[in-house]
Write a protein that binds this ligand. Structure first.
Ligand code: NAD
Length: 274
């Protein structure tokens, strides 16, 4: 599998396609993540809150793939905002993963009501200086949260991982990312499966002899963002990795752009969650 990558603002590279593992049970992670690595994924997106870092770590160890060929990301949960809490949470994640560094460490949610995300970001800056987090970023940050971090620390997150799929295209946030040099990473890139039923997507899939999931993933890649689809089904894991042998045309892109809706959000709002 060809591995297109994007260059982060710290000079490191991130694969454009990753494997998401939310809701994957720890005991199932070795087999499922093991299969993902076998079929060619090299980037795994986990989180302390997913409860499967240990299983992901076991899959990585069992794969025999050299560490430097993998891109492992995990996230700091909402109960670990603050300097000491963040550093401790990071140590615990690293230990569960069985690694001595991660490629990307993210603040999972801003939790603005705690008003500690700037302090937490400074702790991540220390982890990057130590080299134990090669790159650092955030997740679910709005333009206002990003601006505050950048203004108060002078440091721009390398990545913002956000809900993003055809029915929720986050144009304003993506425009800010482009301006600030932040890579956009799409969570729930398939709209948790719902976007796959859309007749416009199905029509484009039929036209190219591809599946709806492949069309949506190709759309993400064409927009220059990272996508981290999740599946536990072996056929779908393979299908979602097979997105490099075709292209979408301008009409396809225009049609998908038209699917964006104001009420397309599936997950919680970052201003209130946590
Ligand atoms: P997704 O959009 O990847 O959809 C996954 C679901 O779609 C699967 O459970 C399956 O039901 C279906 N599916 C997947 N491939 C398919 C295929 N080829 N054909 C038909 N159906 C298919 O949703 P997700 O799991 O919510 O998001 C992906 C990853 O994003 C997560 O695993 C996690 O790593 C990350 N995530 C991050 C946050 C965050 O707050 N940062 C929140 C949610 C998810």
């Amino acid at each position: 599998m060809t591995q297109p990558t994007l260059t982060l603002n710290d000079g490191k590279r991130i694969p454009q396609l990753g494997f998401g593992v939310w809701k994957l049970a720890d005991e199932d992670a070795p087999e499922t993540v093991g299969l993902a690595l076998e079929v060619g994924y090299r980037s795994i997106d986990t989180a302390a809150a997913y409860g499967n870092e240990a299983g992901v770590g076991r899959a990585i160890a069992a794969s025999g793939i050299p560490r430097e060929e993998l891109f492992v990301a995990t996230k700091l949960w909402n109960d670990a905002h603050g300097t000491d809490e963040a550093l401790r949470a990071f140590d615990a994640s690293l230990k569960r993963l069985g690694l001595d560094y991660v490629d990307l460490y993210l603040v999972h949610w801003p939790v603005p009501q705690r008003n500690a995300y700037v302090e937490t970001w400074k702790a991540l800056m220390r982890l990057r200086e130590d080299g134990r987090a090669r790159s650092i970023g955030v997740s679910n940050f709005t333009v206002a949260h990003l601006k505050r971090v950048i203004d108060e620390t002078g440091s721009t997150p390398s990545v913002n991982q956000i809900e993003l799929h055809p029915r929720f295209q986050q144009r304003e946030l993506r425009a800010f990312h482009a301006e600030a040099g932040i890579v956009t990473e799409a969570w729930s890139p398939l709209g948790q499966g719902a976007a796959l039923e859309d007749p416009v997507i199905r029509g484009i899939a039929d036209k190219h002899g591809r599946t709806a999931a492949q069309v949506i993933l190709r759309w993400h890649l064409d927009l220059g963002q990272v996508a981290i689809p999740k599946s536990q089904n072996p056929a779908r894991i393979r299908e979602n990795a097979d997105v490099f042998g075709f292209s979408l045309d301008e009409a396809d892109h225009a049609a998908i752009a038209g699917l964006d809706t104001p009420d397309g959000r599936i997950g919680p709002h970052p201003d209130t969650f946590g």
